[in-house]
Design a protein around this ligand. Structure first.
Ligand code: SF4
Length: 237
């Protein structure tokens, strides 16, 4: 199972390590991250609201996303109201609230709501394949809906998870996010998948920052090939 991940030169790690050692290291990393960034309530439990949040959040700051998302559900209440809203009205609502890509996102929100209502009887589908058929829902958002909406074991790979997994040598430095997801899923026990995204996001915001990681303050120093110079910034895509 492990070897099928090695399919091209992009899949090469910059340092030697057996798969078993990598697995042990991955599990220790996740254990420490979960202990450091506990989150009492991981499950939002509302797949539809999670899905709309994810559409709004694309290329947006968290605080703005959250504010707009709250406003949206204050004004429009539920999926039926949103599905019946003209696309232009939703676009105007997003524009007024300072949402980037408001035209596209307004269309996605209304159209995805109509499809969920008409095709799925108002229930958000709970498979990655069906979720990815909805407008505005790529692999990352689909996994976010599964993990945070349904509480299923999934690993959404956003910019933080991508960067940190590569700095920690859990995924090769040049692979695309969907491949990072595959590596993490093979390295980390399934019952911990749902914790990985939030723990790495918190770590990425507070310590392992994009430009200047605070390695001196990091609890993962002894497990980190980036800290040891085995992976450099230039290696990572
Ligand atoms: S040691 Fe540095 S690069 Fe490695 S995980 Fe910690 S902050 Fe990130």
């Amino acid at each position: 199972m492990e070897t099928n991940l090695q399919s091209s030169s992009h899949d090469e790690f910059t340092f030697a390590e057996s798969w078993e050692d990598k697995k042990k290291r991955a599990q220790e990393i996740v254990k420490r991250l979960i202990n450091t960034y506990p989150r009492e309530k991981i499950l939002i439990g509302e797949p539809y609201k999670t899905l709309i949040h994810c559409i709004i959040s694309q290329r947006m700051r968290d605080e703005v996303t959250y504010r707009v998302w709250e406003e949206l559900f204050k004004k429009y209440k539920d999926i039926k109201t949103i599905a019946n809203t003209p696309v232009e009205e939703m676009q105007e609502f997003l524009r007024k609230n300072g949402v980037g890509l408001w035209k596209t996102k307004g269309e996605w929100i209304v159209k995805a709501s109509r499809i969920i209502l008409e095709k799925y009887g108002g229930k958000v589908p709970d498979s990655i394949e069906e979720l990815m058929k909805l407008p505005g829902i790529g692999r990352k958002c689909a996994n976010i809906v599964l993990a945070y909406g349904f509480g299923k074991q999934a690993i959404p790979v956003d910019t933080h998870v991508n960067r940190i997994s590569k700095r920690l040598g859990l995924a090769p430095p040049k692979v695309p996010p969907e491949k990072v997801e595959e590596y993490l899923k093979q390295l980390i026990p399934k019952d911990l998948w749902v914790y990985v995204n939030h723990a790495m996001v918190d770590h990425g915001k507070m310590v392992c920052k994009p430009i200047a990681p605070k390695c001196d303050e990091c609890i993962l120093q002894d497990l980190c090939p980036y800290f040891k110079g085995q992976i450099t910034r230039e290696d990572i895509k």
